[in-house]
Design a protein around this ligand. Sequence first.
Ligand code: IMP
Ligand code: MG
Length: 192
Amino acid sequence: MTHQLRLNDDTFEPFLAEAQIHKRIKELATQINIDYAGKAPIFIGVLNGAFIFLSDLIREITIDCEIDFIKLSSYGDARTSSGQLRLLKGLNCRVKGRDIVIVEDIVDSGLSIAYMKELIEKEQPSSLKFVSLLLKKGMHKLDFQIHYVGFEIPPEFVVGYGLDYAQKVRNLKEIYRLVPKPQERPDELGYE
Ligand code: IMP
Ligand code: MG
């Protein structure tokens, strides 16, 4: 990862390198392999953002496991949250009595993850934990724990490695962060 990225009017700079991401994913997977030894959890990836993280994570998982996906409504292409969430794709697996691990790309306000917690708890899993590659510091107001966090980051807009900019640049191998324009304050930055 070398240079800045120009997208429309915005400039992004390198933030987390491919090797750094993969090293951390191996550490998370090692911990998950230990914690779930003898169990067969279902990893539930949150579409679209978490698909790359989930695919790299589960290839480091050595215990029996299953995969499913869930999709929530996004905030459109605006970069600010409407605060309204809907389920666009539900689960295809039976959750009752199973160990469930929700896999997210990033936790920002915490709205999405709180919504999924409520949804899945209704189905009576035997356990429910969360893994998120990124956690924006000070943004989430959660009354429960994210058990496995890849990186705690400042509350900045980031793209790449599954995370989009108006649906683009999910395919980047590394993560970039937005360079604020001089006239912008951080609280004016939102996301898809
Ligand atoms: P939350 O509901 O506010 O926690 O936001 C969760 C979702 O918003 C994530 O799963 C991402 O898909 C998206 N998101 C949040 N922050 C960013 C970002 O900095 N870049 C790209 N997508 C983001
Ligand atoms: Mg997401």
